[in-house]
Design a protein around this ligand. Structure first.
Ligand code: PLP
Length: 315
């Protein structure tokens, strides 16, 4: 169980963690009628600063999700940013956190209810997962990825996540760490909560945006990092299942999964069955950037305690 913070933000107010509740008959609880973002706040100990990674891109995607879900009176990105910073300050975090920003349909409405809207922002301490260093085993799930014309994966809606949950539970029951889900055309889509990359013949490859994937912020970031720092151009295309058995390297990516190497698929080793050199190099560049260890891409990092730190220095 994740370490709980002291406070979270509910409908614009900082409240004790235990006091953030919704009604059991709300469309959010009944149907999963809500949208959300998972965002990281990376703590840099040397600079005594937390950097929120690509906040603008996450807020833009949240606005898109709210639009498609036709949520009434959507909170603005400016308001959500202000409330996020407020709750991070209230908790006085000095560690890396995973932020969950949710906009949901409250009240006791039916399935078609558009509002009233509620919103909550929580940040939970989350250190670097072991799996990022060591890698995981993966299974091709027997569940099919939700399709764009039924439950669109591009929209980060709470209810979507039952699909990934089924796949995750199957993987665990079958003795794997994680799963890879194929879409209705039988092509590789993504994992539950993360996108997929492989390196084949030295080239990074990832399923294209029309393969029933969430258009991941991390995926876009890695495509840029590959090109800028490693001179590798990513190919976005359909990916067949058997290509995974032939790849030199493979990894998951996402805000929560960061860059998690995949060591085997269906118990067939990926490459040498160990973390590959391309994945390791990519991780190095990625963590340098998200943690603010290098000056590059400063616009991707939203500092949280800048003012507080300056004030402390002046005391
Ligand atoms: C289904 C799914 N795919 C991919 C991702 C990765 O997206 P991002 O990099 O924006 O976190 C996520 C969320 O982390 C997700 O929930």
């Amino acid at each position: 169980m994740a370490k709980q913070p002291k406070y979270l933000s509910l409908n614009g107010k900082v409240v004790p963690y235990e006091d953030a509740r919704i009604h059991i008959l709300s469309p959010a609880a009944k149907y999963g009628a809500g949208v959300f973002e998972g965002i990281r706040g990376y703590w840099n100990d040397d600079q005594e600063e937390m950097y929120i990674f690509r906040l603008k891109e996450h807020l833009d995607r949240l606005q898109f999700s709210m639009k498609v879900q036709r949520i009434a009176d959507c909170p603005s990105s400016e308001l959500l940013t202000e409330k996020l910073i407020e709750v991070l300050h209230a908790n006085k975090f000095r560690e890396t956190v995973h932020i969950r920003m949710t906009v949901y349909v409250d009240g006791d409405g039916d399935q078609g209810a558009l509002g009233p809207m509620g919103y909550a922002i929580a940040a939970l301490p989350r250190p670097l997962p072991e799996a990022v260093r060591k890698g995981v085993t993966a299974q091709i799930s027997s569940w099919t990825r939700i399709a764009d014309n039924s439950v669109p994966a591009r929209v980060k809606c709470n209810a979507n996540y039952i699909n990934g949950r089924l796949a995750s539970m199957q993987a665990k029951a079958d003795g794997y760490d994680a799963s890879i889900i194929l879409n209705s055309r039988g092509k590789v889509a993504e994992g539950p909560g993360m996108c997929f990359f492989m390196v084949r013949d030295g080239v990074p490859v990832t399923p294209s945006a029309t393969n029933d994937i969430l258009e991941s912020v991390t995926r876009t970031t890695l495509i840029e990092i590959f090109e800028e720092y490693m001179g590798l151009k990513t190919v976005e295309r359909d990916v067949d299942r058997t290509e995974l058995y032939d790849a030199e390297e493979a990894f998951y990516c996402g805000t929560g999964w960061e860059i998690t190497p995949i060591l085997s698929v269906d118990r067939l080793p990926v490459g040498k069955g160990a973390v590959g050199p391309v994945t390791r190099k990519l991780q190095e560049h990625y963590f340098n950037i998200v943690l603010g260890k290098v000056k590059d891409h400063a616009a991707w990092r939203h500092p949280v305690f800048g003012k507080a730190k300056r004030a402390r220095a002046a005391e």
